[in-house]
Design a protein around this ligand. Structure first.
Ligand SMILES: Cc1cc2nc3c(=O)[nH]c(=O)nc-3n(C[C@H](O)[C@H](O)[C@H](O)COP(=O)(O)O)c2cc1C
Length: 534
């Protein structure tokens, strides 16, 4: 019954698949991220020294774990599941009681330092909550996303929303109105809610309904006590909070980002935590950077790209949102191209918010093979015709190559499209690949020549035999031009050397020429290519 699964069921599923290891020996919170980095499984630390709350980390750190979490066979299947959920959202259901509310602390009783928030990267600005599904009201619906919260005081954090996402826009509106913006932060939710929150839906689209679509059932929500915003029922831990109208002026970070780099110091608002509630025996989920973001993000990009390309009427064969592009910035597309569609595909792909560099190739190129893709770029691209740059597009401030901006100013950036499809107007035969003759019979490992053929081939042909063969070849190619290999095949009973010598004689006698495709023909015949003479 996946549709009713909680975070605990998710852990159980990963454990059963051998993807989650229980560590029962005591661990120091300073060592958790480093241990997770070295492990090939998610790790559940039951005893974190100084805290009564276990820590789990690495749940999404491989494509396999994401597939298991979302109940699909292969990682690639997530695209269809997510797209289906986006097209068929299911509204949430509100429940009165939730295990999350077994313990609630309000106001002065809130103490974030009770939470076992581990250390992460060496240059971090402090402990950060990384895996909170954050819900805010947006008109009649809800908006969900995942943002990190730097712990500052017992009941005060920062929130990293330097990126131009929906929560930032809502926070900016509240700031301009001088009002706090209530948010709930659910930590320890199922991957359905996590994936939907990570999906960059347009403003006004309710990601909790998309989570319902992923579950195939309504997401159970429960109301917070101190703010008029719901949280994910049965989450392990919930923070009830307000983004304060303090503006973009409080330092936050640094932090290891999805870019695999240390982000810089960000300027963000403050967040007041008004209440904290949790299960009697909660588990704290510490999201590990960068791969837990990357593996979650890639399918959301697939869905966005597929939608944009479908709207553009482009037939896509394959799509690779690459790991090297941090799962966000690069896409290689192969398309069944009609004239001009290389450029249309690029414009559609680049319209997707975070996509920065897009390459489009023909369907004969394997988008998952870097060698193949580079080869297409090398052999099919003329930069002045096939590469275009768009300036001033929406960018992610986490892109370290962008200029440094004043606090609160979101930079714009450039996008590049590379059309590595076979250009219009270029003869197709320029792209005929090398293929070796007799590949059906000459098999390395099992190659054995017929002894009689081997013996016959040893005898050197006489001059008369060569002349007779040359005459036969001339008759044959007089009827129809043939490739050298086809001539050899037509005289397969003859040794290769005899045929080579016969061709030699025809060259000496000035009988040979080639047609426009490079086939052998008779000099001066109607097939002979007209080559400009120097
Ligand atoms: C694990 C994870 C952590 C993330 N952390 C942040 C973050 O700290 N700040 C941010 O702006 N976006 C972060 N994101 C990306 C946003 O959650 C994502 O873009 C989301 O769709 C934004 O939603 P919104 O446009 O509704 O605000 C994170 C994504 C994931 C998957």
């Amino acid at each position: 019954m996946h549709e009713r699964e909680t975070f605990r069921d998710l852990l159980e599923r990963l454990r059963a698949a051998g993807e989650l290891e229980d560590i029962r020996d005591p661990v120091d919170g300073r060592h958790i991220a480093t241990l997770v980095d070295q492990a090939d499984k998610a790790l559940l630390f039951h005893k974190v020294v100084g805290y009564g709350i276990p820590v789990v980390s690495g749940l999404i750190r491989s494509s396999k774990r994401v597939a298991i979490g979302l109940g699909v066979e292969r990682y690639a299947d997530i695209e269809e599941k997510l797209t289906c959920a986006i097209m068929n959202p299911i509204p949430p259901v509100y429940v009165e009681t939730s295990a999350t509310r077994e313990v609630t602390r309000i106001g002065d009783d809130v103490d974030l330092f009770d939470l076992p928030v581990p250390m992460s990267s060496v240059l971090d600005g402090g402990p950060m909550i990384t895996a909170g599904v954050t819900i805010v009201r947006d008109g009649d619906g809800l908006n969900a996303g995942i943002y990190r919260f730097l712990l500052k005081e017992r009941n005060l954090t920062g929130i990293d929303i330097v990126t131009p996402n929906n929560l930032r826009a809502l926070a900016q509106r509240a700031y301009e109105a001088g009002k706090p913006l209530p948010i709930s932060i659910s930590i320890g939710t199922h991957m359905y809610e996590f994936m939907a929150a990570g999906y960059r839906a347009p403003m006004g689209v309710d990601e909790i309904c998309i989570a319902g679509g992923l579950r195939g059932a309504p997401v159970p929500l429960s109301m917070c006590e101190t703010i008029d915003v719901p949280h994910i029922a049965d989450a392990e831990i919930v923070l009830e909070a307000e983004i304060l109208p303090t503006g973009w002026m409080w330092p936050e970070g640094r932090f290891g980002e999805f870019t695999r780099l240390m982000g810089g110091l960000h300027w963000n608002p403050l967040v007041r935590i008004k209440a904290i509630s949790h299960r009697r025996d909660p588990i704290y989920y510490a999201l590990h950077m960068p791969w837990e973001v990357t593996w979650l993000m890639i399918p959301t990009r697939w869905s966005q790209l597929r939608g944009a390309l479908r709207a553009a009427g482009v037939q896509v064969k394959d799509m690779n949102v690459t790991l090297g592009g941090a799962g966000s910035w690069h896409v290689v597309l192969s398309i069944r191209k009609q004239s001009g569609e290389g450029k249309n595909a690029l414009m559609a792909a680049l319209s997707v918010g975070d996509i920065k560099h897009a390459v489009v190739v023909d369907e004969d190129i394997d988008v998952y093979n870097g060698l193949d893709v580079e080869w297409a770029i090398a052999t099919r691209v003329q930069a002045d015709r096939d590469v275009f740059v768009i300036s001033g597009a929406r960018a992610k401030p986490l892109d370290p190559s962008l200029p440094v901006m004043p606090a609160g100013v979101v930079p714009t950036g450039a996008k590049v499209g590379i059309d590595a499809t076979i250009p219009e107007g270029i003869p197709r035969e320029r792209y005929e690949r090398i293929a070796y003759a007799y590949s059906d019979v000459a098999r390395y490992g099992s190659y054995k020549l017929d002894p009689k053929a081997a013996e016959a081939g040893e005898r050197k042909p006489t001059g008369a035999e060569v002349a007779a063969l040359a005459a036969r070849i001339l008759t044959l190619i007089g009827e129809k031009p043939l490739y050298y290999t086809q001539v050899i095949e037509a005289f397969s009973e003859m040794p290769l050397q005899a045929i080579a010598r016969a061709f030699g004689k025809l060259h000496v006698d000035e009988k040979l020429w080639q047609d426009a495709e490079g086939r052998m023909c008779v000099r001066g015949s109607k097939f002979a290519a007209a080559v400009p003479r120097r």
